[in-house]
Design a protein around this ligand. Structure first.
Ligand code: HEM
Length: 397
């Protein structure tokens, strides 16, 4: 196999990650590279990515080096997150949190989510314009996650900055400055959730924090540190990706007007449209694993300790798996995209994210006849592992 050390600039990559993916996939779907100064195996093939995600011998790990002495606060919090845990710890944590993410539990949230999306839209309806991210998607995701965790509504505004800062610390583009800022933000979040936990210990409510504090019938109860890390994980996971799914959906409709016409003519296509946008502009573009032993995947030998980067956005456009992979088709079926991952770490919030995105897009469909970009200068954020627009101002009729 070729083992090239291709140099790539973040700005070029962010403009068009898909040509880069196609390029390395055509050389090898498991490509040995050193992109953005992270040496490892870059997986762009669908079959290969799915095999690795499902194989627990490829372990999850915190994004910071274990040996780092700096950013201790951030590192210690990451270490307690289910996302970076392996079995059996992962199972213990996930099981107890899962109770609030069952389809039945989430169904009860649908009316409140729809009402919130509607209320946010009514706020901007008269001005006939909105920034999809800051006026609509972010407040919607914030209110939903605040409601779940039991955070008072008026305190949820700090979530945005927290989520924006912490996402930088897990991306390939992270700098020393962003890590230092992330470390400080984590400390702030720990203090915030510590206080909330104390309140819930004294006065339990019907919220996730109270549930996590209650006795775990099936195993060891969670420690306060585990509960805090879980809250921090949910604030990051519950915001960034969901906001991006909503914004990327509107962006796709604006850049593919015939697909939007199809959806307007047949709103029953909404679920399928969201699935296709998840595939086409996946909010999470990359996740990582480390090989726990020497392994062979489709004839590629991966050594114990090697880092493996799974390019979800690339796997989702693998032409071996998807017909016309680089085209957006809201009627695509089946659509087995990997945007929520696969295997034991499959996204816990997948159903919630889809409910939120459906409520958001349905609200836009119901209240508008036409939507347009307000500006021609739409930019992607400088992130490699996430597909996120900076802002999305639109006008509507
Ligand atoms: C469009 C929105 C979302 C996308 C694209 C997304 C994507 C992902 C992906 C790819 C993973 C697996 C990462 C890996 O295997 O390394 C994951 C895990 C996770 N997600 Fe999401 N996510 C979304 C929304 C949410 C929401 C709304 C929540 C919760 C409020 C959430 C909570 C989680 C948690 C807790 C995990 C870790 C699960 C585990 O380790 O067992 N996600 N997500």
């Amino acid at each position: 196999m070729k083992n090239q050390q291709t140099k790539i600039r973040t700005s070029d990559f962010v403009q068009d990650p898909y040509s880069f993916y196609d390029n390395i996939r055509s050389t090898n779907p498991i490509y040995k590279g050193n992109f953005f100064r992270y040496p490892g195996w870059y997986v762009t093939g669908y079959e290969e990515a799915n095999l690795i995600l499902k194989d627990i011998r490829f372990q999850n790990r915190i994004p910071l080096p274990e040996t780092t002495k700096k950013y201790e606060v951030l590192k210690n919090v990451q270490k307690q997150m289910m996302l970076y845990k392996n079995q059996p710890d992962h199972n213990r944590l996930r099981k107890i949190v899962s109770e609030r993410f069952t389809p039945r539990a989430l169904e009860q949230l649908i009316p409140i989510i729809k009402e919130t999306a509607n209320g946010l839209f009514c706020h901007v309806a008269n001005q006939k314009r909105m920034n999809v991210i800051s006026d609509f998607a972010f407040p919607l995701a914030s209110l939903v996650i605040a409601n779940m965790l039991g955070v008072p509504k008026q305190e949820k505004d700090q979530f945005r900055q927290w989520a924006l800062t912490l996402i930088q610390t897990i991306d390939h583009t992270r700098s020393k400055e962003s890590l230092a800022k992330g470390n400080d933000t984590t400390l702030e979040m720990i203090q915030y959730f510590q206080q909330l936990i104390q309140k819930r210990k004294q006065d339990p409510q019907d919220d996730l924090i109270s549930l996590l504090l209650s006795d775990n019938q099936n195993g060891e109860p969670l420690t306060d540190a585990e509960i805090i890390s879980t809250c921090i994980l949910l604030v990051i996971a519950g915001h960034e990706t969901t906001v991006n799914l909503i914004a990327n959906s509107v962006y796709c409709f604006l850049t593919h007007p015939t697909q939007y016409d199809k959806l307007q003519a047949n709103p029953l296509l909404l679920d399928s449209a969201i699935q296709e946008i998840l595939r086409y502009e996946s909010p999470t573009q990359m996740t990582a694993r480390i090989a726990a032993e020497d392994l062979t995947i489709n004839q590629t030998e991966i050594k114990k300790g090697d880092h493996v980067y799974l390019l979800i956005g690339a796997a989702n456009r693998d032409p071996k798996k998807f017909i016309n992979a680089n085209s957006l088709d809201i009627t695509r079926s089946p659509n087995p995209h990997l945007s929520f991952g696969s295997g034991i770490h499959f996204c816990l919030g997948a159903t919630l994210a889809k409910i939120e995105a459906q409520a958001a897009i349905q609200t836009i469909l119901e209240h508008t006849q036409k939507i347009k970009f307000e500006t021609t200068e739409i930019e992607w954020r400088n992130l490699v592992g996430f597909r996120a627009l900076k802002e999305l101002p639109i006008i509507f009729e």
